[in-house]
Design a protein around this ligand. Sequence first.
Ligand code: HEC
Length: 147
Amino acid sequence: MSKRILIIICGVFFTPMLIWLSAQTALGSDEEHTETAAFLFPQKHSTNLNREQQQGKELYEYYCALCHGKTGKGNGFNSFSMSVPPANHTDATVMATLSDTQIYQVIKEGGTSLGRSPMMPPWGRVINDSEISSLVTFIRTLVTSEE
Ligand code: HEC
């Protein structure tokens, strides 16, 4: 094989790889990576949200996902070390037992306000009332009813 053909072959294989690598580096933070992934592999819950639900989603990912998990399954990073597992917001049976008012109250005043664990913190001082309402509407979208 002549040298020239070898160089061409190398070019064909390595140029796209370099472009891909530099694109990855340029993307930077983890969050942006997730967004790229969400763009490539759209998930059921990442689409078709109205504005209020979308606001709820952003708050949820910021404040709640640590315990409840990004998709609400109760498997957030913190959940593994907790004596009371965070609620699973995708479970239709569990969620059907809660009214919007109760969900609102538990978020605002914490688990103890509904006789539940203090492991669910009160958010009333951090998140304002309209934001709590949008969290409630977003949490309702997490239920995967087919299961
Ligand atoms: C420190 C971990 C933690 C964080 C952060 C957290 N939660 Fe919770 N949450 C829990 C735990 C634990 C429970 C279950 C309490 C129980 O069952 O006694 C719970 C329960 C709930 C419930 C009640 C569900 C039910 O079945 O009664 C709702 C609603 C809820 N969380 C919403 C939220 C929202 C919204 C946020 C973000 C603003 C949030 N949580 C942040 C730990 C957390």
